[in-house]
Design a protein around this ligand. Sequence first.
Ligand code: SIN
Length: 515
Amino acid sequence: MDTDILVVGTGIAGLFFSLKIPSKYKVTIVTKKGKEDTSTNLAQGGIAAVFAKDDSFELHIRDTLRIGEGLSNPTGVELMVKEAPRLVKELHTLGTQFTLNEKGEFDLGREAAHSRRRIVHAKDLTGKSIENALFKKVIESENIEIIEDRLALDLAILNNRCIGIWTLNSLKDKIEFISSKVTLLATGGVGGLYLYTTNPSVSTGDGIAMAKRCGIKVANMEFIQFHPTSLYLEFPSERSFLISESVRGEGAILVLKNGKSFMKKYHPSGSLAPRDVVARSITKELKMTGDKCVYLNLSKISPERIINRFPNIYNNCKAYGIDITKQPIPCIPSAHYLCGGILVDENGFTGIDGLYAAGETSCVGVHGANRLASNSLLESIVFSERAAYRSINNISNERFQPPEYKTGKKTMQSKDIEAIRKKIKKTMWDKLGVIRNVREMIDAETEISLLAKEFDTKWEKEIKPTFEFSNLRNMITVARSIITSALKRKESRGLHWVEDYPYKDPAYKRDTIDE
Ligand code: SIN
């Protein structure tokens, strides 16, 4: 199959990029499962942008850089912040149902580490509303086609040019090559590698794994953001339900089982301290008390406000028998967002001709060592638009024959794949979690390297790729990259907290590159 522009992923970055491509080009978007299986669809809080009278670009830039702990790319941050109002207005024009105040202006929420109210939201369903608007536009666009159940297996790179992607057609169980002039990787994050995650299970870092296998640089893979508040359940499901930080922004307080608040002892901003501080504090408290979860007390927010502002959280908790207008919400931290990814410039360019990356898959460097709440949807729109323009200005019309794609013939039993998958998720949770130590990270490295060795030989020589097998292969590649990067950074900075080095070391004030 031939296309002009191939996009992998149907989250905000993939869709926004596709809509920015002129209609004379054929755009094909592939996604490994259904088109709605994206992290964007689950995003609650919102999208940060300067609209308030008491706010300014300088303040949004300062807050973003401060949270990035010295590693953010200042050029990228400035670009992102200054583009935010224009692009948020564009999303609104495209049909996103942002919540408005009585004056008809965007209702601005508050989230941790923002010095002003600047979270534009659609109640607590912001991502879904954005995706609905973008899907509508994509479906209306005759030049754009979405193909579901098409897992990207590997990039085809010839003479430093990406010429397309080998994909697995899961419906036909067949490997098919898609030839393209431009390819965008927008495959989202890596939460699927962790036992507890707010991400959909499809988030196994596929774009990052494909890039790594081609020797493309990835950066800052150690910086995994753990959201402090996901719903604690005695029998957890594959994905943890997020309790948006904006609930704390409206006045909810974190408390222990005995009802006592504890966050002030860790940070002057209490329950609205930066996300990494809150996640670490909860983890420490749970270790000290032996409790399974902490609680979010919403009693300072009126029941009407709760139901009107957080209908999604209210209804989901209700389905689990918790009436959040009367009861506190049991919460634990969960893996939420990857600040690192495929190293790109401010135009999403990977350094391989015709190959771009945007959104959580990529690392422009705007988040540095930690991400400010609601800067992720923002990053996606700003840099996917730039990637679209850059890719079109550099398009090459040459077509190339792909090299042969070698695979084995045997299949691996689903139960064996599942056992390894569970093992990886537990290892990553236990040893590369909120609070790390060198001994456990080395243990994890040994475990995952053994798996990788066995896996690499089987992949090349024996096994035919299936959906589960390919996901597992990607999980192993990405887990190795996270562990390698985490072991390289011998300090604690932002999201990477190591008990052996509980301090920042100026010698590590640089990106961790894994190549
Ligand atoms: C949230 O609603 O708390 C998540 C927002 C984000 O991750 O930026």
